[in-house]
Design a protein around this ligand. Structure first.
Ligand code: TNX
Length: 541
């Protein structure tokens, strides 16, 4: 009996895990980590102590424990003697900063408000055993975390991920799941590329045909994307989808609850065949076209700047978009406009004269300036691809530099805010391993290590220019990503490298160290059921 009693007592007081410094595997790497020997153990009696109205952020931990441990941890407003996680307010801190102090008997997260607490809790999650990610009860796990003191804040305030939902459609559930993954890595911006030639993806009440017609196309997945296939009129459009305004509200609300801003992109004046298929009068010659299934190049059917009705349409669309998205930044695309039609369109020529422009090329700048006026008169800020710099840009507008860093450098010199998204470091539609071994991708080569090297501030920039660099972003163009599995494959783990590139200080970045931490992330992704690319890691280490 005594023997059994001893065993029972022994089990009850099983000693805590012995951690070493390398067990702290948080991605992105925090600014400062002080490791001390010891551990805090979560039990079913651990309390979550919240300040004021911060209850909603606790779901990060509560959900995990309710699934993996089948515990319903209690949220309280005053701290017990020990065994608790406390969220403690400090109004003097930066918006996204937090400190995390883990001792043997308690965990204290200090922050200015919701976002800092969220990040502190995400760090606690990453300190926990990987099986915390399980949706099912896991037996025989000690939910221990190492005693550490972490002081953390991001290097950049724009830590973004762009999803092209036009070339292929990804449903609301996939977007919500992506938001979870972004929050997990402390990313704060989701840029939705809602409009392109191959599909219009957002319901606009005033123009129902945009989604009735523009959101669907003839399914040509079996043909090579590059076949430059434009469907015959009359063929059945079966592939597509769009977000209703209710879906958008849900996406925005969910993202907001996770500290993520959703930036809508309404492309113009090119990459809009889906809109012109719906309303041909938006183009110069009203040629009837269908929504193309694959790439059409050059894109000749673009919006006509010669007609006032084009601008009326766009202002009406943007009005509905701004009602749905609280984002300060409204993205208007602006890339790759071929002006073939503008050169021969009488309305365009008239406009050039009327506005005293030197030539048709200047109509792009005219177009963007008009949109900028409209957007800023609504209290928002226009952002667009670096082509919007051509011919001069309104002072308040921001630039997303994709054709390398050049546009961003130039824009920052001219006093514009900049988000760096160069193809060289942030195009997730590029191959991440050797072509023979990888599924078909756009082209290029962007291994994990290259994403990791990304630095949005370019050497040689003046401090003044550097201040204009808001941050960086990964872009997921989905021409070759027909489904969720392929999109995940191209996103993960490169998103983790991007997260560290835009969060961690230069001094704190270390590729070898990251490549060790990322292995533990793979274990988490395995449990979450994420189809990440292992090749990215193997090829580069
Ligand atoms: C260029 S980046 C584009 C996209 C393509 C991408 C493919 C940009 C503003 N335009 O339309 O999908 O290349 O990598």
């Amino acid at each position: 009996w005594l023997f059994f009693l001893l065993i029972l007592v022994g089990c009850g007081e099983e000693s805590k895990t012995t951690f070493s410094e390398t067990d702290v595997k948080i991605i992105p790497r925090p600014s400062e980590i002080q490791f001390k020997e010891g551990a805090f153990r979560f039990t079913k009696d651990t309390k979550i102590v919240v300040a004021n109205d911060q209850t909603d952020v606790t779901s990060v931990l509560l959900d995990k424990f309710s699934k993996a441990a089948a515990w319903d941890l209690e949220v309280v407003d005053t701290a017990p003697k020990n065994n608790f996680v406390q969220l403690s307010l400090d109004a003097a801190m930066e918006d996204e900063a937090y400190t995390l102090k883990v001792s043997e008997d308690k965990v204290v997260i200090t922050a200015k408000g919701k976002v800092g607490f969220l990040y502190g809790l995400e760090s606690v999650r990453q300190l926990l055993p990987v099986s915390i990610e399980s949706n099912e009860l896991v037996a025989n796990v000690n939910w221990d975390i190492p005693t550490v003191e972490i002081t953390d804040s991001p290097r950049f305030k724009w830590r973004g991920f762009m999803m092209d939902v036009s070339r292929h459609f990804f449903d609301k559930e996939y977007i919500l799941a992506t938001i979870d993954q972004l929050a997990f890595l402390k990313m704060n911006t989701l840029h939705l590329h809602l409009v392109d030639d191959q599909g219009w993806r957002i319901e606009i009440k005033k123009y129902p045909k945009l989604t009735e017609v523009g959101a669907f196309r003839v399914d040509q997945e079996d043909k090579h994307w590059d076949a430059r296939f434009t469907p015959e009129l009359g063929e059945k459009a079966t592939y597509g989808g769009f977000y209703t305004q209710e879906d958008i509200k849900e996406i925005v609300a969910y993202a907001t609850s996770k500290g993520i801003n959703v930036v809508p992109e309404i492309e113009l004046p090119a990459h809009v065949m889906s809109a012109i298929a719906s309303y041909p009068e938006l183009s110069c010659f009203q040629k009837p076209i269908m929504v193309p299934s694959g790439g059409v190049w050059p894109i000749t059917e673009i919006y006509c700047p010669g007609k006032e009705t084009t601008f009326e349409f766009l202002e009406n669309v943007l009005t509905e978009v701004m009602e749905l998205f609280p984002s300060q930044y409204i993205h208007v695309g602006g890339d790759e406009a071929t002006k073939t039609n503008w050169k021969v369109c009488p309305d365009c020529k008239r406009r050039v004269k009327e506005e005293d422009l030197a030539n048709v090329e200047e109509l792009q700048s005219y177009f963007i300036r008009r949109m900028e006026r409209f957007i800023s008169s609504n209290g928002r800020t226009l952002i667009g691809w670096d082509e919007i710099l051509e011919g001069g840009l309104a002072p308040g507008a921001a630039v997303m530099s994709w054709r390398g860093f050049k546009g961003g450098i130039e824009a920052s010199e001219a006093g514009h805010d900049v988000v760096m998204t160069p193809t060289s470091h942030s195009y997730f539609d590029y191959y991440q391993g050797s072509r023979e071994a990888e599924p078909m991708a756009w082209g290029g080569y962007l291994p994990l290590s290259k994403v990791y090297e990304f630095d949005p501030v370019v050497e040689g920039m003046t401090p003044e220019q550097a201040k204009h660099v808001l941050g960086g972003q990964a872009n997921m163009w989905t021409e070759f990503m027909p489904d969720n599995a392929q999109a995940q494959y191209m996103t993960y783990p490169r998103l983790a490298a991007m997260a560290e590139a835009v969060w961690s200080t230069k001094a704190n970045k270390d590729w070898v160290d990251f490549s060790q931490r990322v292995v533990s992330l793979f274990d988490r992704y395995d449990i979450m059921g994420i189809n990440y690319a292992k090749s990215a890691y193997q090829v580069t280490t």
